[in-house]
Design a protein around this ligand. Structure first.
Ligand SMILES: C[S@@+](CC[C@H](N)C(=O)[O-])C[C@H]1O[C@@H](n2cnc3c(N)ncnc32)[C@H](O)[C@@H]1O
Length: 294
């Protein structure tokens, strides 16, 4: 049971305002498009293994997986015999999860097209209806406190989530450093920790690193990708000269990083043929894993 927010909490005003402004929510159309290439083929995922280890779901417990995507967690949990309710607002993501479940002969997943913002009880996901709730890399909402409390209310025993501890999983922080642009680690998990403590909960925190080994057909394709990343990180009042300087630093770094890919043409983890170029080292995203018992 959560307690109401303490009026004396040091982060009540300034931090709450910052977390409200932290990001625009995603939309389902964006994720429908991404569902076409999102699922990882059968390759094992260190991220998923570590998440499940930390979530510590007990044998036979029921699980509510919010923002399930293509079923990275829902599929192995159901395969291990857990009754799973897997919800996402993207029909495309849910469709891929259904196909994968059928391919692998996995049963026991109840898929729900539902958003973080919806009235969950109206969709049959009522208070204390599942033993464990999980939300992996999926709290892309504008009201983090509301999302955390909704998830907590549905759990009978435990909640486990991940939030980025980097600037964004969509950005390579090495490139921003090379371009001499300011960047700061993600604050979401710090906001979440404070919100939970404010509500009388005692979250555990761990970190999970996940590697992303993007490949490119040509060096120019890599430049286009990274230049777009740097442009979107530039502040709106940057001058053309500042933009050109940042891009020049980026190109110097990228030219040194790009090397021929020895696995070109072979299927990657998603089953797509690898491109002819890659960076020397894969991009690493760090996720903060938070869990709390209710
Ligand atoms: C990065 S994916 C993570 C998927 C999966 N949990 C995993 O770890 O692989 C984020 C997922 O959150 C879903 N999502 C984002 N905003 C949402 C919202 N407001 N309501 C419901 N789902 C949302 C997206 O459709 C997408 O499937």
């Amino acid at each position: 049971m959560t307690q109401s927010t303490s009026p004396s909490s040091p982060w009540n005003d300034a931090w709450k305002e910052r977390q409200r402004l932290r990001r625009a929510p995603d939309d389902a159309a964006f994720w429908d498009e991404r569902s076409k290439t999102f699922a990882t083929k059968d390759a094992p995922s260190l991220y998923v293994d570590r998440f499940l280890e930390l979530a510590a779901v007990r044998p036979g417990e029921s699980v509510f997986d919010m923002g399930c995507g293509t079923g990275a967690l829902a599929l192995p949990l159901a395969a291990a015999g857990h009754p799973v309710t897997a919800a996402d607002f993207s029909a495309g993501m849910l469709g891929v999860m259904d196909d994968l479940a059928a391919e692998r002969g996995v049963t026991g997943i109840k898929a729900l097209q539902m958003s973080w913002e919806a009235d969950w009880a109206a969709h049959g996901v009522g208070p204390r209806s599942h033993d464990v709730c999980v939300a992996s890399r999926s709290i892309a909402t504008s009201d983090l406190e509301d999302s955390l409390l909704k998830l907590t209310a549905v759990a009978r025993r435990r909640v486990g989530i991940t939030l980025t501890a980097d600037a964004s999983p969509r950005v390579d922080s090495r490139a921003l450093r090379a371009a001499e642009l300011p960047h700061q680690p993600g604050e979401d998990f710090q906001f979440a920790f404070n919100i939970l403590v404010d509500h009388g909960l005692r979250p555990e925190v761990a970190y999970i690193s996940s590697e992303r080994d993007a490949t490119y057909a040509t060096p120019q394709a890599a430049r286009d990708d990274y230049e777009a990343m740097v442009r979107s990180a530039l502040s709106s009042d940057s001058s053309p000269a500042e933009e050109e300087a940042a891009l020049a630093h980026l190109r110097t770094w990228l030219d040194d990083q790009l090397i021929p890919n020895e696995h070109a043409g072979q299927p990657d983890r998603k089953g797509v043929p690898e491109g002819a170029w890659r960076l020397r080292e894969p991009r690493v995203t760090t996720w903060a894993f938070l869990a709390w018992n209710v």
